[in-house]
Design a protein. Structure first.
Length: 199
């Protein structure tokens, strides 16, 4: 014999909703509840990473300071991003949603100065859309005519997409004009953004 129980809401003995259905949306528990799933196999949950994006420089950047021009989203034929993706204006990147983001900045660098020099990649963030702080940096050491790279990364807790921003900065510790290399065909100096989870 087949039995069918038709209800919209299941409550506990205290009258708290355990399961509720409305407009084809099933809600389990309530805000603040902990939901424990017994067993070792859970299927049908596909949330995972909801945002992942990459941007790169399309041309060489000469000198140091904030990288404000020549940014593009990676657009090779086999590339794709997840979610809405980042947006950029004058080198300042805006996040599409709140969350904790992993940010990686990698620069390919070349120096023409005769002496050994140190070139740095830097990540700068702001919580108020005004004052930026350096939160991560890494130096590469080069001699005249050599190529190298400097990579740094950071986990940024973005609680407000209007105020929490990120930009990238390049620096050196000696005289001369370094080149931070860019290309519209491949990632040379580039940034990666991955939303890891909720804030």
């Amino acid at each position: 014999m087949t039995a069918i129980l038709k209800v919209d809401t299941i409550q506990d003995t205290a009258g708290n909703n355990i399961i509720n259905e409305a407009s084809d949306v099933i809600t389990i528990g309530a805000s603040g509840d902990t939901i424990a799933l017994a067993g070792t196999t859970v299927t049908g949950i596909t949330q995972g990473i909801t945002e992942a994006d990459q941007w790169r420089l399309t041309a060489n950047h000469s000198g140091v300071g904030d990288v404000t021009t020549n940014w593009e989203r990676v657009d090779n034929a086999v590339f794709n991003y997840i979610g809405t993706g980042m947006s950029e204006s004058s080198g300042i990147f805006t996040f599409p949603s709140t969350g904790i983001y992993f940010i990686k900045f990698n620069s390919m660098i070349r120096i023409t100065l005769g002496d050994t020099t140190y070139l740095a990649s830097r990540i700068n963030t702001t919580p108020d859309n005004s004052i930026y702080s350096q939160v991560s940096s890494n130096y590469g050491s080069l001699v005249s005519g050599a190529y190298g790279n400097a990579e740094c990364n950071y986990m940024f807790d973005v609680t407000n997409t209007s105020t929490h921003k990120v930009k990238f900065n390049l620096a050196q510790n000696q005289n001369g004009t370094p080149l931070f290399l860019g290309s519209t065909d491949e990632n040379q100096t580039y940034a990666t953004f991955i939303r890891l989870g909720d804030t």
